[in-house]
Design a protein around this ligand. Structure first.
Ligand SMILES: Cc1cc2nc3c(=O)[nH]c(=O)nc-3n(C[C@H](O)[C@H](O)[C@H](O)COP(=O)(O)OP(=O)(O)OC[C@H]3O[C@@H](n4cnc5c(N)ncnc54)[C@H](O)[C@@H]3O)c2cc1C
Length: 364
């Protein structure tokens, strides 16, 4: 048997694993390369908000985790009376679902055990393949070796993620506050009737360091200061994890015999919970382009890969601009900006056309 693979995927995050399963369905020989653990594994405390498109994709791969929490409504507040409420469009019950990061990785790992076309390799060197796809996340080292220019704009913010318990049931409602420089999201987990919440709190980086140094009770107190006074008491239930934030994209996503996907191609601010949804859409589009290729065309054929890049770049740019615009709008401290953005939120909230456009973007 030839030692060459059809496709080598470098990086076994959610995007790399999903792509491997999609390509295995096409009977392609896939190498899924991930370096062995460099440090003791830490539990990822995040829960991802996944949209309908991601759900459909993961269900088709039979890796949709059973315990996903439906989001029936989303409430977004500004810092001076602005508010937008989102509800599912007619005929739909949910806006999104919250899926535990660890549970999703585990379901994908189990599915890969039953995919004989996928060979898991614990190797860092080059693996011969007709096509190599980098799914190494935003800090991808192989991307650099390909000479790709990574255009990154770091935000002066760090995202803190943790699990909380509220004294009141969340009722399947996701809530987000744009409060001064902070952006706080409380996302429902633990089932529709649960009281568990996934926190994503974006704060100026120096303050993130101070918050990380606090004990659980002081951290919860600090969080309450940033939130409305009438919110039910919250207690910290996990370790707090931190991610420096940036908006970044690769200038080229493809070349002869290689392609980028997921965070290795683009990274957006998590305020709209869209990074993984975009990455899964990359995996789906790339797999689709490969399955539709003429029988004589190689998977690494540049013309084929350009089709993938063209189909994905505009969507990703639109989401990047939207999240960057919101982040920028709410980082101004000037009172005129504050009035304008809260007026803008209420105007958007009262304009069904714009609201449904925003919802369509988020729901994929
Ligand atoms: C706080 C926070 C909250 C978020 N919430 C949401 C959300 O609600 N919804 C959503 O859609 N998105 C969300 N995101 C974005 C989401 O986390 C990312 O978009 C997603 O994890 C990207 O997946 P990936 O597989 O491309 O990359 P990663 O998850 O970064 O995985 C890359 C993998 O490649 C491995 N790797 C690295 N280098 C190499 C190498 N040289 N060789 C082989 N393997 C390598 C890494 O170890 C890792 O396993 C959030 C992000 C943050 C920071």
């Amino acid at each position: 048997m030839s030692q060459e693979f059809d496709v080598c995927i470098r990086g076994d995050g959610v995007v790399g694993r999903s792509l491997a399963l999609l390509l295995a369905r096409q009977r392609l020989r896939v190498a899924l390369c991930a370096p062995g653990p460099q440090a003791p594994k830490t539990i990822d405390v995040r829960a991802y908000a996944l949209n309908q498109a991601s759900r459909t994709l993961l269900e088709s791969l039979r890796v949709w985790p059973g315990e996903a929490t439906p989001v029936g409504a989303m409430q977004v507040w500004g810092d001076e009376g602005g508010r937008i409420d989102f509800r599912p469009p007619p005929g739909q019950q949910e806006l999104a679902w919250l899926v535990e990061a660890e549970a999703l990785q585990e379901t994908l790992a189990q599915a890969l055990r039953f995919a004989p076309e996928v060979h898991r390799l614990d190797r860092a060197d080059d693996v011969p393949a007709k096509l190599t796809v980098l799914c190494e996340g935003r800090a991808s080292s192989s991307r650099k070796l390909l000479g790709v220019n990574w255009q990154a704009r770091p935000y002066a913010q760090t995202a803190l993620a943790a699990r909380l318990l509220s004294q009141e049931p969340h009722g399947g409602v996701a809530r987000q506050w744009f409060c001064g420089p902070d952006i706080v999201a409380l996302l429902p987990t633990g089932g529709a009737q649960g009281r568990e919440l996934a926190l994503v709190w974006s704060v100026p980086t120096p303050r993130a360091q101070e918050l990380l140094a606090l004990g659980p009770a002081d951290f919860a107190r600090g969080l309450h200061v940033a939130l409305p006074a009438d919110l039910a008491p919250l207690s910290l239930q996990s370790q707090v994890m931190a991610w420096p934030l940036q908006w970044a994209q690769a200038d080229r996503w493809v070349g002869p015999g290689w392609a980028l996907a997921g965070d290795a191609a683009h990274t957006v601010h998590p305020l709209a919970g869209q990074g993984l949804n975009l990455g899964l859409a990359d995996a789906q589009t790339l797999a689709q382009v490969l399955t539709e290729r003429a029988y004589w065309r190689d998977p690494g054929d540049l013309r084929l890969l350009r089709r993938y890049e063209r189909q994905r770049k505009a969507d990703v740019l639109a989401m990047g601009l939207l999240t960057d615009g919101l982040q920028g709008l709410f980082s101004h401290t000037d009172a005129r900006w504050q009035a304008l953005r809260n007026w803008g939120m209420n105007a958007v909230g009262g304009t069904p056309l714009i609201k449904s456009w925003l919802m369509r973007q988020a729901m994929g």
